[in-house]
Design a protein around this ligand. Structure first.
Ligand code: NA7
Length: 532
């Protein structure tokens, strides 16, 4: 036994990993945690690019533990990465997690030892840790996607993916910056680059349907007052579809007249943040005609902010590029205004595709975009990418990457047949990408704690998802997805932002539905698992 051998090894120090570590230790389970990063924070460690901030509002975007929120105050409604990292350090302090955590250790492989009923986990520094349970909490965006573009190696300047931004920071002042990708990350970094760079070029393939954030400075007094409502707010989160504070209204956008429809659209638009997405009409994401009303509202509001009419059709097209909200809408603070600055230009890659990268910049079908810094805001191999990039070998010595080659299959979006004693959190086929992060972390963390306590108390040392339960769960996510408009977009929700990745809905589209299902499984003696 090495000093690190333990009952449960958690991998990842984001919301899911830290919450689980706390809950397991509280329950008397010898749990430890490793993470490749030097500091806790998960996605907020790696994504430290200028402008990186969360687009779920606090206090919804924090853990519900009173020992954490009682003496914590935020400076903004949508905090930036620095403040979020400070929050994670606060959580580790208050919950006294540090002695059980080892930072700077990357899991490079894991193999199941059936004889010993243990996982043997190897790390980048060559250690092996033995653990009864392996609990990866890698987040949805652990593997950055850098598209293969010919000539990148010949580029004379500097390039970075936003998920591997230099920890020491990087000034964009006075530089010629090109950003490839206009998802949530592209929008955030563009707003900062526009203020600093001598020249900024955005290369857009699909327009983002971005919503106004309506950032708000928060005072200590205001938060002290709001804290009286926190317990009710936190109790409501698992009972909503998206893990936020409310659901949408329970009526169809088609059952009301134009004036009433506009009233609700306007209210959620003014409230700001993602509310126009998660607190809209009931059929926003299931009925194309209802969705079209929302799109038209968004387009008209957005066009009113774009001063150059030539950009209207590129940034906010007459016809929707995809149903509104079937790709993640990002939040913006002044994104549409940057296009009226002299130092900012936009390339529509649909008309002028990238041909190759040359030493001076990016060559498109319409000419050279000169630059000395390329920012890849090109997304992630979301959901499964973090798990399959590690060599995880199960019962039959097959790797998870191999088992999932034709598509992801998992029971409850957490356990895989053939991989005993492994449960991953915030991963594919769980609500992850459709859930406010801390809400999912708590629902899954509490459930897993209860499961492992039940095994311990029953003298059991092995669980494995049944093949049939796994098939049913995987099929049910696809079937529920087919009732929505999500398959109408090419997005990371459908797994098909990565060339060659099988197309399937990778997130379970209801937090409350998931919560209820987990409760039923527990009440039914953890059906769907073989226990030994
Ligand atoms: P996203 O949302 O996956 O956005 C990636 C962007 O990069 C998107 O605009 C893509 O265009 C673009 N992209 C990807 N590959 C290419 C290539 N080869 N050429 C040009 N453009 C490309 O990632 P983000 O990091 O912005 O956001 C991820 C999540 O973080 C977000 O959903 C929130 O939950 C927070 P496309 O749309 O595919 O045409």
């Amino acid at each position: 036994m090495s000093d690190d051998d333990c009952e449960a090894l958690i991998v990842g120090a984001g919301f899911s990993g830290l919450y689980l570590l706390h809950r397991l230790r509280e329950a008397g389970i010898d749990a430890r945690l490793i993470d490749a990063a030097e500091e806790p924070g998960g996605i907020w460690y790696w994504n430290c690019y200028p402008g990186a901030r969360v687009d779920s509002q606090v206090p919804l975007y924090e853990l519900s533990l009173p020992e954490l929120w009682r003496d914590w105050t935020w400076s903004e409604r949508y905090p930036g990465w620095r403040e979020l990292r400070a929050y994670f350090r606060h959580a580790c302090d208050r919950l006294e997690l540090w002695p059980h955590m080892a930072m700077g250790r990357r899991m490079t492989g894991a193999a199941w030892d059936e004889g010993q009923r243990k996982w043997r986990i190897t790390t980048g520094s060559g250690e092996t840790i033995a653990a009864r349970y392996l609990l990866p909490c890698l987040g949805f965006a652990a593997k950055a996607h850098v598209p293969k573009i010919a000539g990148l190696e010949s580029f004379a300047g500097e390039w970075h993916h936003i998920g591997h931004w230099p920890q020491q920071g990087l000034s964009m002042a006075g530089r010629k910056v090109a950003i490839i990708g206009t998802g949530a990350s592209g929008v955030q970094v563009a707003q900062e680059a526009a203020a600093e760079a001598a020249q900024l070029t955005l290369l857009q393939r699909t327009p983002i349907l971005a919503l106004p954030m309506r950032q708000e400075a928060l005072s200590e007094e205001q938060q002290e007052r709001e804290k009286a409502d926190y317990p009710a707010l936190f109790a409501a989160r698992p009972l909503t579809r998206g893990g936020f504070d409310v659901n949408g209204v329970e009526i169809s956008a088609l059952d009301v007249d134009e004036a009433e429809r506009r009233r609700l659209f306007e209210r959620q638009w003014q409230a700001g943040g993602l509310r126009f997405w998660y607190a809209n009409f009931a059929d926003l994401l299931t009925d194309e005609r209802a969705n079209r009303h929302a799109y038209d509202f968004w387009r008209d509001k957005t066009r009113a902010r774009i001063t150059d009419p030539a950009l209207h059709e590129i940034l906010a097209p007459s016809e929707p590029p995809h149903p509104f909200g079937t790709k993640r809408p990002s939040l913006e603070q002044h994104y549409y205004e940057i296009f009226s600055q002299d130092n900012v230009s936009l390339v529509d890659l649909k008309r002028a595709p990238i041909e190759r990268i040359v030493p001076e910049g990016i060559l498109t079908a319409q000419g050279l975009v000169e630059c000395d810094l390329i920012v890849f805001a090109t997304g992630f191999d979301a959901g499964s990418g973090g798990l399959t990039q590690v060599e995880i070998r199960g019962r039959d010595d097959r790797s998870l990457a191999d088992v999932w080659r034709g598509g992801v299959a998992a029971y409850l979006g957490a356990a895989v047949h053939g991989f005993p004693n492994l449960a991953y959190l915030y991963g594919p086929l769980s609500p992850s990408g459709f859930s406010n992060g801390p809400t999912a972390a708590e629902i899954q963390g509490d459930w897993l704690r209860d499961f492992l306590v039940k095994l311990r108390d029953g003298g059991l040392t092995r669980f494995e998802a049944n093949a049939e339960a796994e098939r049913e769960w995987t099929a049910s996510v696809a079937a529920i997805g087919a009732m929505t408009l999500f398959p109408r977009a090419k997005s990371w929700y459908m797994g098909d932002n990565i060339p060659g990745k099988p197309r399937q809905l990778i997130n379970y589209p209801s937090v409350v539905g998931y919560t209820n299902y987990l409760d039923e499984v527990a009440a039914d003696g953890y059906r769907g698992f073989a226990l030994a």
